[in-house]
Design a protein. Structure first.
Length: 217
């Protein structure tokens, strides 16, 4: 049966998090199509990975027999994450915008799974795998808006996960999520509500669609 790898990176738990709530909508739709399938959930906020250090990096360029015990442990951790990713038929990624970019915990996960001879280049082991990103943000950074140039979530993930690693990447973008709590954004509440409703609808539809695509492959 199909396997969905679901990663969350929001600092906020449960329904306090917009990205978690929308991602769960996608996941529920997926599971309706694959009731006997597997969902692997990794919460990068609750259980963060260490940032890469010199041992993590150097171990990948040293023969297994020549690795120090520290390098061996570092490489084993990275390989576990890579193989978890490689087993997935689809990936769901919650990526809220923090300070114009992704959470540092998510960046750490990407650094760990970005492994030469595994997940990069023309021979990438994840090439063509559908990856859906829930990219929530408090404001709007869409083309034509005043803050378009500060959008470093979709642009970065499209480049590193889509172009470099080869995922078939798609985005769900609930925006203006701060409008309900920021008096200065009060006039944007109707747009925020529309964006939220559309994000939930997109999540349900895309969860079903990706599940059907995987089943037909």
């Amino acid at each position: 049966m199909a396997t969905l790898l679901h990663l969350d990176s929001s600092l906020h738990p449960g329904t306090d998090s917009k990205s978690r709530t929308v991602a769960l909508k996608f996941r529920d739709a997926w599971q309706e199509q694959h009731p006997g399938g597997t969902v692997v959930h990794r919460d990068l906020a609750a259980d963060p990975l260490p940032h890469l250090d010199v041992h993590d990096v150097s171990a990948a360029f040293v023969d297994a027999d020549s690795r120090t015990p520290v390098q061996a442990a570092a490489f084993a951790r990275r390989l576990t994450l890579v193989e978890e990713l490689e087993r997935a038929d689809a990936v769901l990624l919650g990526a809220p915008m923090y300070n114009f970019t992704i959470p540092s915990t998510l960046k750490s996960w990407i650094d760990h799974v970005l492994m030469v001879d595994h997940t990069t280049g023309d021979g990438s082991s994840v090439k063509g795998v559908p990856l859906t990103v829930v990219a929530s943000r408090g404001g709007s950074y869409a083309p034509g808006t005043a803050r378009e140039s500060s959008e470093h979530v979709q642009n970065y993930l499209r480049s590193i996960l889509g172009e470099y690693m080869g995922f078939d990447i798609d985005f769900i973008v609930p925006e203006l999520t701060a409008a309900a709590v920021n008096p200065a954004m009060a006039e944007l509440v109707p747009l925020a509500e529309h964006s939220w409703a559309r994000a939930l609808e997109d999540a349900a539809a895309k969860g079903k669609d990706v599940a059907q695509r995987v089943a037909a492959a």
